[in-house]
Design a protein around this ligand. Structure first.
Ligand code: AMP
Ligand code: MG
Length: 300
């Protein structure tokens, strides 16, 4: 009996699932995106969409709790630990699912503690400043989960592919970004996800937008122009994933042909990152529990 019990314990410890963030973390060195399956589901042990959605429902309360703790910590006065925030950077080709991630993953959180920003083509004012100027202004304050739908990485992606500035200008930006993120990481947990879809999947999603009048607003003929430069973008992404994949701000490649897997994976990555922050509910600051209870005791 004792033997069987021991075996059972051993099997249990063997069965601890690997962290999704570890599975999807970009390894050091060259990144060959063509060799990474866009339809893969690393770490998921269920059998498809229905299981994936059920798993999401199980994960949701934990993520919401952790976010509330971060929010509480950021808003607790005189709390030296309460300077922290989290930034999720979402990058990917058009239709890769940046918006869907915001809806389905960030949608699990309390909107009070979420700050979303989509980076578009820079305005005239933004172009007059350093490329990080508009980014710094959108960083999440303490307690807040910031989401970047596109980011400073566009300045080495579309800017490079469309040749918006000469190569000698964009090519120094990788180091500038690494220094910027290293500094930011002292007070902000940075989670970077590249949503990896195939060219075929993009065609399907663009066609689906044409087929459905309720999705016409999402359709942009300019996306089809960019699609012609698919290989250039893959090369530009591969350089980003190799050159800006630091310990302080690591990249993850999220296979994103299956929307349910993308949602499940990013929910896990965020949960794991928040768990790593050792968050705790703030204790009373400036008031005494006993005293306050006494004040609220029913009148005699
Ligand atoms: P969307 O995310 O589909 O709403 O489109 C936003 C557009 O803004 C995309 O085509 C991006 O390539 C473009 N964009 C974002 N950041 C920059 C940038 N720094 N320089 C030029 N274009 C950008
Ligand atoms: Mg677009």
């Amino acid at each position: 009996m004792a033997n069987r019990k021991m075996m059972h314990t051993d099997q249990l410890s063997d069965a601890i699932p690997p962290r999704v963030s570890d599975l999807l973390r970009v390894p050091a060195g060259l990144v060959d995106l063509a060799a990474i399956a866009t339809g893969a589901t690393p770490g998921f042990t269920g059998s498809g969409k229905a299981d994936g959605k059920a798993a999401m429902r199980r994960l949701a309360p934990r993520l919401a709790d952790l976010q509330e703790q971060l929010y509480a910590e950021g808003h607790a006065e005189r709390n030296p630990a309460g300077r922290r925030s989290l930034l999720l950077v979402l990058q990917g080709m058009d239709t890769a699912g940046k918006g869907g991630t915001v809806e389905h993953v960030l949608g699990l959180m309390n909107p009070m503690g979420v700050q979303y920003h989509a980076f578009k083509r820079p305005t005239v004012e933004e172009l007059e400043h350093h490329f990080l100027w508009r980014v710094e202004r959108r960083l999440p304050p303490p307690g807040i989960v910031g989401v970047f739908d596109r980011s400073h990485y566009e300045d080495v992606l579309v800017v490079r592919v469309d040749e918006l500035v000469p190569a000698d200008r964009w090519s120094c930006r990788y180091d500038v970004i690494n220094r910027f993120e290293a500094k930011l990481a002292t007070s902000c947990a940075i989670v970077k996800c590249f949503l990896h879809i195939s060219k075929e999947q993009q065609a399907k999603r663009l066609l689906a937008r044409l087929d459905d009048p309720t999705k016409h607003w999402k359709y942009d003929p300019a996306d089809v122009d960019q699609r012609a430069y698919w290989d250039d973008y893959q090369q530009a992404y591969s350089d980003v994933l190799r050159r800006c994949n630091t310990e302080a701000a690591p990249w993850h490649i999220v296979p994103a042909d299956h929307k349910w897997y993308r949602n499940w994976a990013i929910t896990n990555i965020l949960t794991e990152r928040l768990e790593g922050m050792a968050l705790a509910w703030p204790t009373p600051a400036g008031w005494n529990l006993k005293e306050q209870r006494a004040r609220l005791a029913p009148d005699p």
